[in-house]
Design a binder for this molecule. Structure first.
Ligand code: KDG
Length: 346
């Protein structure tokens, strides 16, 4: 009997000892066996590579959060779809198995249709107006539509106006696009737009794109010039037309499960860093973009600038897409965004 009591006492003190070493302290902060608070890990995944302006923005974010928290957070960056494609990563955020990602608005449409408004063809006249609309109340309202999906939208970053590449012929008008098999992001507005232009759109995750071009299973794709150059698409594509057809900004987002476990101060720190790193990222992206058409020419691509008349042909051909998605996006929301654009486009 005594032996049993002694064993029970020993087991209890062992449990207490372990709890003291690695248990929870106030504020849900785990401590290590040395008594030091354990770092909170933030895993951030993206589809683009380490050379992309998006990754440079993430490096800035990492620096700000790690410094600002005195090392309580460790931000781990994963490029090249290492953690999966945009859709898969957003799912991981919802489940709480990954903390952050930064997809274009296009694949977010599967979670909240409101985001499709920013994928309408030829919506924004320039980056400046896009910044003002996205950073204003309507941009915030759309970010907030993610909350009940288990995601907090923190800030809009920039991917850049999207341009069209292909391997068959120079494209100057929608007629030149006829029958070309073009990879698009997974978004109904993108599919409808390319159908309206006479192409044959094929949605596919970014990670599969290079091989698809290389193997000729698609004729072309569309992305900003930074991506076309920095991901070396010029190795497998001959023609690029400067169409500026979609803007589709990035949304820097965080898992709500993770977010809800943070103190108000830490939430503030992360939000501020997401916005400030975003301002840096937009600037850096625009700087880089300036030399990209030349880089692509030097790399052997035929870069085609369109005349205002040719641009108008593209715009006209896709006009019907707005009406087509009025119900899904909401007519009021489309009107609200258009009014905001008109307000700033002066
Ligand atoms: O890192 C973001 C990418 O995953 C993706 O959004 C890039 O524009 C993109 C595309 O074409 O898929």
């Amino acid at each position: 009997m005594l032996k049993r009591i002694a064993a029970l006492l020993m087991a209890t003190s062992l449990v207490l000892l372990l709890a003291g070493c690695s248990g929870k302290t106030a504020g849900n902060q785990q401590t290590s066996s040395t008594g030091q608070p354990q770092k909170k890990i933030i895993k951030v995944g993206i589809g683009l590579n380490e050379k992309s302006p998006q990754y440079k923005g993430l490096e800035k974010f990492k620096e700000m959060v790690e410094k600002g928290s005195n090392g309580r957070f460790e931000v781990q960056l994963y490029a090249n779809s290492q953690l999966g494609d945009d859709v898969k990563m957003m799912e991981a955020l919802r489940m709480g198995t990954q903390e952050m990602t930064c997809p274009s608005t296009a694949p977010i449409a599967g979670l909240s249709k409101k985001f499709m408004v920013f994928d309408l063809p030829f919506l924004f006249p320039n980056e400046k107006v896009a910044d003002q609309v996205l950073d204003g109340p309507v941009g915030q309202k759309i970010l907030d539509s993610l909350t009940d999906k288990g995601i907090i939208g923190l800030a809009y970053w920039e991917n850049g106006f999207r341009q069209l590449t292909n391997n068959k012929r120079e494209v100057k008008t929608p007629a030149d696009l006829k029958g070309l098999k073009i990879r698009t992001m997974e978004n109904p507005v993108h599919l409808a737009t390319f159908r309206a232009l006479g192409a044959n759109p094929t949605p596919m995750p970014f990670g599969e794109l290079f091989t698809a071009m290389q193997q000729g299973t698609i004729d072309g794709q569309e992305n900003p010039l930074t991506t076309i150059y920095l991901q070396k698409f010029y190795e497998v594509q001959k023609y690029v037309s400067l169409t500026n057809h979609f803007y589709s900004p990035f949304v820097f987002m965080i898992s709500k499960k993770f977010w809800d476990g943070l103190s108000k101060e830490d939430q503030e720190l992360i939000k501020k860093a997401a916005k400030e790193a975003g301002a840096f990222q937009r600037q850096y992206n625009r700087e880089q973009m300036k030399q990209m058409a030349d880089n692509l020419r030097k790399a052997g691509m035929v870069v085609t600038e369109l005349t205002p008349e040719q641009m108008e042909e593209f715009r006209k051909a896709t006009e019907g897409v707005y009406k087509q998605f009025e119900n899904e996006i909401g007519k009021d929301l489309i009107e609200e965004v258009k009014a905001e654009i008109a307000k700033y486009n002066k």
